[in-house]
Design a protein around this ligand. Sequence first.
Ligand code: SF4
Length: 323
Amino acid sequence: MIIGFTSSFPIEVIYAAEQTPVDLNNIFINGNAKKYVEDAEFEGYPRNICSWIKGMYSVVLSSLVDAVIGVVEGDCSNTHSLMATLKDKDIEVIPFSFSYNKNRTELEREITKLEKYFKVEHSQVLEVKRRIDQIREKLVYLDKLTYKENKVTGLENHLWLVNSSDFNGNPNDFENRLDEFIIEAENREPLKFNFRLGYLGVPPIITDLYDFLLKNGANVVFNEIQRQFAMPYLEKNLTDQYLRYTYPYSVFDRLEDINEEIKKRKLDAVISYSQSFCHRQIDNMLLKKYIKIPFLAIEGDQPGELDARTQLRIESFLDMLRY
Ligand code: SF4
């Protein structure tokens, strides 16, 4: 069975049940994203709702997904309505929650519920976790090749980390391709660029952001949320892994991680991306307040290339860093 999901959650359970987890966001952004958004609007999804939600809705209706796991707490309140509209189309929906207060017992209860639903033992899930962690270790190394050796572009780093949310439905194949990429990157000359940037926020709906930055002398050496999707802490215990994962919890959890990485990676500045109509735009108030290096907030709405206004803002920001 193909199990779609709306945001990262313990995919180890799905692999333990020998089913295929598929991150709906990845299918949306790698497919005909504009058409997915349009299709959802034709069905009646409002114009002023985030494009990712509309994209995921259309992806489910136009693909072979058998059921959808919706992260209904710790991600996006729009997911509640997304799940309702999918249920109305006879799609099986399974809720998963990260508790707001990072409660260990509640998270354990959610994981157990999922294990029961998919009829797997916790020991099987841990076995999968041990296997997947071998790949995650390699992603941690790829990240080091990015910020220590300067041998990986921000876009490459983004793509590998973001795709580790589901390992493209096939961890062995993902690992083989990753091994090949790492060998290629190790043998490269270090990239030359003027600024070391951090990218904060959900992955961009803008297709050419990283290329535009690199063309203007700035490489992203820290992809905040994408790195979180790759579960870089390699905790032994599944609950600990998903308690350290910052994305579903408060902006203060994110800030702790961000400020540590700013120092470690010697960042010159950060770009904080938000999606139009997303509640996470409010987080920028606190990110800006507690991040002590130059900070630029940008916004994306529809899938596609950078608009002229955002290009100009980024160019002016980089000019400001230069002088
Ligand atoms: S970008 Fe924001 S509004 Fe859109 S799905 Fe993600 S959390 Fe929800």
